[in-house]
Design a protein around this ligand. Structure first.
Ligand code: PAF
Length: 254
């Protein structure tokens, strides 16, 4: 039976108890609205560790657009079912005031990579991500933490932060999980209407094509996508687009 902790001190008490003492813990941080991509992270953690903790927290400090935060899907009951099936042992489901007792006066700021790609279009986004991930890693005290490659820029930043601050947790990258038509799984896909959902597959297809980035951008725009960027960096091609109010990101190896 999965154990749900709403209070951080209660989780820390359990983390220090005989049940978890000396056990190798895997950790999967999430914002809920879970799908098969999250299940793959949890299954991997379950197979590589003696216990797995998942956090569910829709982190307001990483949303630069208040409407996006308000519309972010919240599906706690379904999330707990998926986590139970994927092999999670514990869920941390904290409230803002417990996770941010300082009201976000203290924050992590990275000065280079966080300003590129998504950072250039979402001011402050990565400050919020890095701050909450640092808090969660300190609270979880896990041997390993699992992050999907769909958010590749986030993964790189978290990995670098863990090195910069000598965090004892190993950051483990995990492959992007895709639907049959190539669309990367994302909690935001649930907000696409059927027409937009069909169109979204073109984003994945064009990003994975051998066309130059400028040509991909033109074709996406011709199809009706609002394109934030299509850029090649770190041996990968990154893209971010909007369909209506829904922002999608993806990246592929080149
Ligand atoms: O990738 C996400 O879901 C979030 O950015 C994370 C890592 C849980 C931090 O809020």
């Amino acid at each position: 039976m999965i154990r749900v902790f709403k209070s951080i001190p209660e989780w820390i008490g359990f983390r220090n108890s005989a049940t978890l003492e000396g056990k190798r813990l895997g950790f999967v941080p999430t914002m809920g609205a879970l799908h098969a991509g999250h299940a793959a992270l949890v299954e991997r953690s379950h197979s590589e560790n003696e216990a797995t903790l998942v956090s569910i927290f829709v982190n307001p400090t990483q949303f630069n657009d208040p409407r996006d935060l308000e519309k972010y899907p919240r599906t706690l009951e379904a999330d707990l079912d998926l986590l139970e099936r994927a092999g999670a042992d514990c869920v941390l489901y904290p409230e803002y005031r417990e996770l941010y007792p300082d009201g976000y006066r203290y924050r992590v700021q990275e000065g280079e990579l966080s300003r590129l790609l998504c950072g250039a279009h979402r001011p402050g986004h990565f400050d919020g991500v890095l701050t909450v991930v640092l808090k969660l890693l300190n609270i979880a005290r896990a041997a390993r933490a699992y992050f999907g490659e769909k958010d590749f820029q986030q993964l790189l930043l978290v990995k670098e932060m863990a090195e910069a601050f000598f965090l004892p947790t190993e950051i483990v990258p995990c492959k992007t999980v895709r639907q049959e038509d190539g669309l990367a799984l994302s909690s935001r896909n649930a907000r696409l209407n059927p027409g937009q959902r069909a169109q979204a597959a073109e984003f994945a297809r064009l990003l994975g094509s051998g066309l130059p980035a400028s040509e991909i951008r033109s074709r996406l725009e011709a199809l009706g996508f609002a394109v934030d960027y299509v850029e090649e960096r770190f041996g990968r091609r990154f893209g971010a687009v909007k369909l209506g109010e829904v922002r999608l990101i993806d990246n592929v190896e080149i």
